[in-house]
Design a protein around this ligand. Structure first.
Ligand code: ATP
Ligand code: NCN
Length: 200
C-alpha cells in the first residue's frame, strides 16, 4: 500500500506522535488532545511505525494498525499516517531528516510519553534528534521519576522549558524540551494485546 504525505500550510507547527499503535488506544488520543492544547500545535500527525527498532517482536500489519487508529482518533487537526513506510525510514532521526527536507516551511515538535524519554538515550542519533526539533513530553503513569532521572533529561537540563510555559516550546529553537503534567490515563497497547485479539 502507498501512503500519502499530508498537507500542511506554510508556517504551521506540527506535532509528531510516533508509535507502534499496536493497537492505538484512548491513552494515545488523550495525550494527542493534551499536546494540541498545551503546546499550541496546528496539527498532530500520528506516525504509525513499520516497527520499533528496539522491540523484538514485530507488530500487527501496518494497514490494520492504521485503520484501527483512525477509529480511535477522530479530530480535525489529527492525521493518521504511514509516513515512515512511505519514506522508507524506521529510525526517528532519519524520519525527521526526511520530513524536514519535504516540509522546509513548517516546524515540527516530537511528542512522546514519559516512558520514551526514559530510554531516549538508546535511540539512534538521539542527540541529533534533540538538536533538530523541540521535544514535548507527556506524563505517563509510573514514568515520571524515570523520565526526570534519565540521561536525556540531565544532559539537556539547561534547555528545559517549565510546564507552565509550555506554549513557548513550539517556537523555541532546538534543543528545547518541555515535560507537561497532564492528567494521566493508565492504558497501554501491551495490556490490550494481552487481553485478546483487537483485530477481530
Ligand atoms: N497511556 C499513555 N500515557 C502517556 N503516553 C502514552 C500512553 N500510551 C502511549 N503513550 C505514548 O504514545 C507513544 C506511542 O506509544 P505505543 O504505540 O508504544 O503505545 P504503548 O501503549 O506504549 O505500547 P506498548 O504497551 O506495546 O509498549 C509513545 O510515545 C508512548 O510513550
Ligand atoms: O530511532 C530510534 O532508535 C527509536 C527507538 C525506539 C523508538 N523509536 C520511536 O519511538 C516511537 C515510539 O515507539 P513505540 O514502539 O514505543 O511505540 C516510534 O515512533 C518509534 O519509531 C525510535
Amino acid at each position: 500500500m502507498r501512503y500519502d504525505i499530508p498537507y500542511a500550510s506554510r508556517g504551521q507547527v506540527i506535532g509528531l506522535l510516533g508509535g507502534s499503535f499496536d493497537p492505538a488506544h484512548a491513552g494515545h488520543a488523550h495525550i494527542t488532545r493534551e499536546a494540541l492544547k498545551r503546546f499550541g500545535l496546528d496539527q498532530v500527525w500520528w506516525l504509525v511505525s513499520p516497527g520499533n527498532p528496539l522491540k523484538e517482536h514485530g507488530p500487527a500489519a501496518l494497514a490494520d494498525r492504521i485503520k484501527h487508529a483512525g477509529r480511535v482518533m477522530r479530530h480535525p487537526k489529527v492525521k493518521i499516517t504511514g509516513i515512515e513506510n512511505r519514506l522508507g525510514t524506521r529510525f526517528t532521526a532519519e524520519t525527521l531528516r526526511g520530513l524536514q527536507r519535504l516540509y522546509p516551511q513548517q516546524r515540527f515538535v516530537w511528542l512522546m510519553g514519559a516512558d520514551n524519554l526514559a530510554q531516549f538515550h538508546r535511540w539512534q542519533d538521539w542527540q541529533d534528534i534533540a538538536n533538530r526539533v523541540p521535544l514535548g513530553i507527556l506524563a505517563r503513569p509510573g514514568q515520571r521519576m524515570s523520565a526526570r532521572m534519565s540521561r536525556a533529561a540531565s544532559l539537556y537540563a539547561p534547555y528545559r522549558i517549565a510546564g507552565r510555559n509550555s506554549q513557548l516550546l513550539a517556537h523555541a529553537d532546538a534543543p528545547a524540551w518541555c515535560f507537561v503534567n497532564v492528567p494521566m490515563m493508565d492504558v497501554s497497547s501491551s495490556e490490550i494485546r494481552a487481553a485478546g485479539n483487537w483485530l477481530t
